[in-house]
Design a protein around this ligand. Structure first.
Ligand code: TYD
Ligand code: MG
Length: 451
């Protein structure tokens, strides 16, 4: 019998201590320590072959090129596709569509001629088959197994020999050699490590599904994020159709691209033109609405920001921001009060980004200000006007990144006029009158911006 000893491991950072304490000394998290059986993870050193140093120029990179997944939106986020031997962790709240996304991805790869193994540890094979059938994703190279045991999965890899492995989800996989319960920090960390080692040794592209906690973090030790090559986050509200795929960490490319999907009866569909989606229901001529040219990573997006300002009977009036950063809203309202002589002391202010969009970048400030001003004065912002700029505490309008792309997107959607931060060449976009404004007040009194 191997001698075991108990330790307490932090569920947030994975740090281990011999005695329980209320607060983890590693990361400062409260109440995060759980009891674990300390077991040495065996055999890692035997699996990883010893490496030999060589000149960097002689290192072969042929097998490290991304293979397209067959979904343009996923490929955009991954910078071309999945790299053989890479491990990707995808996180998201329950019901956001992780299993659906991965099933679609796997089927697309199979149609491209590679064999894939989908390990479903949460749903039965029959359940997944039914879904695949309904979505038209059945393929003979798509292999499926319902298993939660790590040694079993490793065995299946030998028999199936897939080029792509999906594990849904990593929190439900366990190694019976460890005595701690499935889902515990030790198990999750051990199984993930082991799958990473296998992926590298076999040149197997692996995707692990990770659960997220109530706070929105990937559950299990943060150390998971360090062992994998790519961490993706699948965001979205299960009540809304729009889903956003974003890379938080990516060893093979930038983390600046986002992928957009719409969930409907036939699964997840890539959204090629998100601006059109966000602007689809815009009511022309309605007060309290402004269109902002925002940018999420490298991707320009046109988003409608709405505001409603109403008399308040509350001692401290309400300020609501949905899909908008409440800190940015507070700054804009403060600047409007201080430098624009408006008062929000007895007014409730509601703002939102339409269509489930999330605009948290400062470039949306000017749009928030226009929506609020428009609601306050009960006049509509001109239909063909798009605005973009950060608002500073002194009331100045500050520069934003990727203005070219934002304005090109606006021009493509038929906007004829733009208000932008100072220093931008005003004749730069075809068919659009671009006006630079240096303060928020200048912007709000520009001719023809309100109708
Ligand atoms: P799922 O992929 O199971 O989510 P996760 O694995 O992240 O928990 O997707 C679950 C939700 O997606 C489910 O509530 C229903 C919805 N859905 C659709 O709207 N259309 C579809 O075609 C599918 C497969 C799911
Ligand atoms: Mg699932």
């Amino acid at each position: 019998m191997a001698k075991t000893r108990t330790v307490f491991a932090c569920t947030a950072c994975g740090a281990q201590v011999p005695k329980w304490v209320g607060r983890c000394g590693g990361c400062g998290e409260w109440n995060s320590l759980v009891e674990e059986i300390a077991t040495k993870s065996k055999g890692l050193s035997q699996v990883v072959g010893a490496d030999t140093p060589m000149p960097m120029t002689e290192i072969s990179i042929d097998e490290w090129t991304a293979v397209p997944t067959g979904s343009p939106e996923i490929d955009r986020v991954l910078g071309g596709g999945l790299v053989p031997g890479s491990v990707t962790l995808i996180g998201g709240v329950p019901g956001v569509g992780k299993s659906t996304l991965l099933l679609q991805l796997t089927a697309a790869r199979c149609r491209g001629g590679s064999r894939s193994l989908y390990v479903s540890a949460e749903e039965s094979k029959q359940q997944v088959r039914l879904r695949a059938e309904r979505l038209g994703l059945l393929h003979e190279e798509l292999w499926m197994v319902s298993s939660t045991s790590l040694p079993e999965i490793l065995m299946h890899l030998d028999t199936v020999k897939p080029e792509l492995l999906i594990v849904d989800s990593i929190q439900t996989i366990f190694d019976p050699e460890l005595s701690s319960a499935p889902g515990s920090v030790g198990q999750v960390r051990h199984c993930a490590h082991r799958l990473v080692v296998e992926a590298k040794a076999r040149g197997l592209a692996t995707v692990l599904v990770g659960h997220v906690t109530k706070e929105g973090n990937l559950a299990g030790p943060r150390v998971l994020e360090h062992v994998v090559d790519t961490v993706l986050e699948f965001e979205g509200d299960r009540t809304q159709e729009l889903r956003l795929l974003r890379a938080i960490k990516h060893r093979f490319g930038s983390t600046n691209e986002i992928g957009l999907f719409e969930m409907n009866d036939s699964g997840l569909q890539g959204v090629a033109d998100p601006s059109a989606l966000f602007l689809a229901d815009r009511a022309a001529g309605a007060p309290g609405s402004a269109v902002v040219a925002t940018s999420d990573g490298h991707r320009p997006l046109l988003v409608e920001v709405q505001a409603l300002v109403a008399e308040s009977n509350l001692p401290s009036p309400r300020r609501s921001a949905q899909g908008i950063d409440s800190g940015r809203l507070a700054v804009v309202l403060a600047v409007l009060e201080r430098h624009g002589e408006r008062s929000f002391a007895k007014r409730d202010t509601y703002t939102l980004a339409v269509g489930g969009a999330k605009v948290v970048e400062p470039g949306a400030d000017l749009g928030i200000a226009f929506a609020v001003e428009s609601a306050l004065r009960n006049v509509a912002v001109a239909d063909d006007l798009v605005v973009c700029g950060e608002v500073g505490l002194a009331g100045e309008v500050r520069r934003v990144a990727h203005l070219d792309r934002r304005l090109a997107e606006a021009a493509r959607h038929g906007f004829k006029r733009a208000l932008v931060p100072p220093g931008y060449p005003t004749n730069s976009v075809d068919g659009m009158r671009v006006r630079c404004v240096s303060t928020l007040n200048d912007a709000l009194i520009s001719p023809g911006v309100f109708t």
